[in-house]
Design a protein around this ligand. Structure first.
Ligand code: C2O
Ligand code: CU
Ligand code: CU
Length: 497
């Protein structure tokens, strides 16, 4: 951010006299919690959630396949009972279709940009060549068309797509551009998991709604904490409900929010059985009561409504949690209502083994790289980007930050031990395994076993991951998936050679 924009965003009028030194002092204090206050809303306050009445039926995005067209455009969406203006990939609302493909299939997706600004599509979770990956500089101009073509060369799992133009990812995603991308394979099919009406995609997002649209205007505090909304939506609808039968359901959950982290639980405290995450199925089902899910992360879970009396209403909710920085975890709220309406018999039995996953031995790593998450250091020139940085750097399209050898395995360490904010760290072009977490939660959580592409690094935590790189040579980005952090420069590039 340039100085003029900074002044605009913080609300200092052009007539106020503010010495640069006090701007520096003010910004330098940004990394210190609770030090910024006063009437400027720069502390990164929590945005309290306003629950609706859970009377709107959960929409399910339509499904398309290998040959799809997506058109980024201004749309009219009914998010909370009235029509508002938003962005979408198809005419009638936010969220694109769910693209469903089998492993091995070739995708041919015709993308049109009918926005008045540049955009592109990143296929989050897909291991595809760099020229199809939606790198922040690989943009599609307004009025232009791009043909995304790639082959699905990975196991079954829940992926997603969203815009990734440098500096405008957060705004475009918040205003509605996102969709699911499901990969299926034979290993998954053999498990006979609940399907059809019993497999529910749940895209959880928060939005800031006005009578006419989705408001996106982060101030400095919200660039520091991430931009959040008061309305929680699922599949594009605020506070929805769905009717369920007394049996197992497979819930395929994406946190598609810009910044908000959810601590998911069922209101009757029933078991949540985790069967998969970002990179597909886990080795074995893992039973939990709560799961922290940060922006960009996905979950594949089973919930069993057998034994719940018909007529019962229960909720998927987010509970309070600790150590969420200035703005997160301070409130519990409901997300979606399940109305148990039908008694059925269920023949599904939970498999003890889901998939074969080999833990990668740290001894196979040829190199360890360390990434320290730090706060802005003021430098001459008053270039205000990069409130949060990686190794004291902000994104620079002309700089390759890390050179990595194709086919090698490396350990990367993300150190947020000095940080005050949570950072979901995401790598393009790979799936990785989480080796270790020290500080904070001090453990690898249940939903972090198996394969990941995004990992939450909370304040005071250091997380170590192991990455088998592929042969997809070229330049990929890795970044914080708090989209305000990303657009503010918390993103670096690695080149696979
Ligand atoms: Cu989902 Cu680089 O992002
Ligand atoms: Cu991605
Ligand atoms: Cu971040």
């Amino acid at each position: 951010m340039k100085r003029r924009e900074f002044i605009k965003k913080t609300g200092f009028g052009t007539t106020s006299v503010l010495a640069s030194s006090s701007v520096i002092a003010l910004l330098a204090s940004c990394s210190k919690s609770n030090m910024m206050n006063g009437g400027m809303n720069m502390t990164g306050q929590p945005v309290p959630v306003t629950e609706g009445n859970f009377s709107r039926l959960l929409p399910i995005p339509n499904i398309t396949g290998s040959n799809s067209s997506l058109t980024a455009q201004t749309v009219t969406a009914n998010v909370n009972g009235t029509s508002i203006s938003a962005l979408g990939y198809q005419p009638n609302g936010i969220l694109g279709p769910t693209i469903k493909m089998n492993s091995g299939d070739a995708a041919n997706i015709i993308f049109q940009n009918r926005l008045s600004e540049k955009t592109n599509i990143h296929w989050h979770g897909l291991k595809i060549p760099t020229n199809m990956d939606g790198h922040p500089e690989a943009i599609v101009n307004p009025g232009s068309l791009f043909n995304y073509q790639f082959t699905i060369n990975q196991r079954a799992g829940l992926n997603w797509y969203h815009p990734h133009p440098n500096g405008a990812t957060a705004k475009q995603a918040f205003q509605g551009l996102a969709g699911l991308f499901i990969v299926n394979d034979a290993e998954e099919a053999a498990l006979n998991l609940p399907s059809g009406n019993y497999e529910l995609p749940l895209v959880i997002q928060d939005k800031r709604l006005s009578a006419s649209g989705i408001i996106y205007n982060p101030n400095m505090g919200e660039i520091m904490t991430g931009y959040m909304g008061e309305t929680i939506i699922v599949n594009g609808a605020a506070s929805p409900y769905t009717e369920v039968s007394t049996r197992y359901y497979r819930l395929r959950i994406l946190n598609g929010s810009n910044a908000r982290i959810y601590n998911l639980a069922l209101s009757n405290n029933a078991d949540i059985i985790i069967i998969g995450n970002d990179g597909g199925l886990l080795k074995n089902p893992i039973v939990v009561k709560t799961i922290l899910l940060s922006p960009g992360e996905r979950l594949d879970v089973l919930v069993n409504f057998a034994g719940v009396a018909t007529g019962t209403e229960l909720f998927l909710e987010s509970r309070m949690f600790d150590n969420g920085g200035n703005a997160q975890g301070k409130q519990g709220y409901k997300i979606i209502k399940f109305k148990v309406t039908q008694n059925v018999t269920d023949n599904f039995t939970l498999p003890a083994i889901l998939s074969s996953i080999t833990a990668i031995s740290p001894s196979t790593s040829s190199r360890t790289r360390k990434f320290v998450i730090n706060a802005m250091q003021m430098s001459a020139g008053m270039n205000m980007t990069g409130i949060h940085r990686i190794n004291d750097k902000v994104y620079d399209k002309n700089r390759i930050d890390e050179n990595v050898t194709a086919n090698s395995t490396e350990i990367w360490v993300f150190d947020n031990s000095q940080g005050d904010e949570p950072h979901p760290i995401h790598l393009h072009g790979v799936h990785f395994q989480v080796l270790e977490r020290s500080g904070g939660r001090s453990q690898v959580t249940a939903s972090e076993s198996g394969w990941k592409d995004t990992v939450l690094v909370m304040p005071r935590e250091t997380v170590k991951i192991i990455i088998p790189f592929s042969t997809l040579t070229g330049v990929f980005v890795f970044h914080c998936h708090n989209l305000e952090h990303e657009d503010d420069g918390m993103m670096l590039q690695y080149q696979l050679n």
